[in-house]
Design a protein around this ligand. Sequence first.
Ligand code: MN
Length: 245
Amino acid sequence: MRILISNDDGYLAPGIQALADALAAVADIVVVAPDSNRSGASNSLSLDRPLSVSKAANGFYFVNGTPTDCVHIALTGMLDYRPDLVVSGVNNGQNMGDDTLYSGTVAAATEAYLFGIPAIAFSQVHSGWSEVESAARVARDIVLRHFEILESPFLLNVNIPNLPYDQMGPLTATRLGRRHQAEPVIRGQDPRGREIFWIGAPGACRDAGEGTDFHATSQGRVSITPLQVDLTHREQLESLRGWLK
Ligand code: MN
């Protein structure tokens, strides 16, 4: 099995190192990841400048671009083979509910899925890298145990509690929850007295009921949500047709 690994926290992040170490034992891996933290990059492609690929001492490739750039480059010419699987992460913090739209971690996996390659995004529920090796072990379990089960291609979003491996709850199929609207922007001043804004925190959980990713992880379980890309609002399609008639 040949696995392409990327992330959005950058090639130096502990999460991608742990994931690469865990998967190198069971597969041929190649790491192509952003040169810096691109969390929140979503599915953006860099179209206004060229991209360069460099190789780090540990063999990881790093790109001066987004997570989507990394996977796109790897799949469209950089690699001389088609990976069997693309994994992303392990991210420094959760990607649940509405987070999945902003996430560069999920985006890297989505890019592979768009090319017809099965893909899995892994995130730890809390940031700070506690129990990151345990999360990487869970990721390896999922890669090994579930790779052949779903119809390919699949796009899975996995959120892993920051727990020791032997205290980790079971793998649980979930749907995305929803958040309230984001917290307000944080207003400040730069050293020259100009007004600046920092994007605020994500909103609190709004739909975190039974069956959601929020609920499963709050119980110490590993949440696995199958994602799709089609954003069409099917119920509104009919009423739109009626309105246009
Ligand atoms: Mn990140």
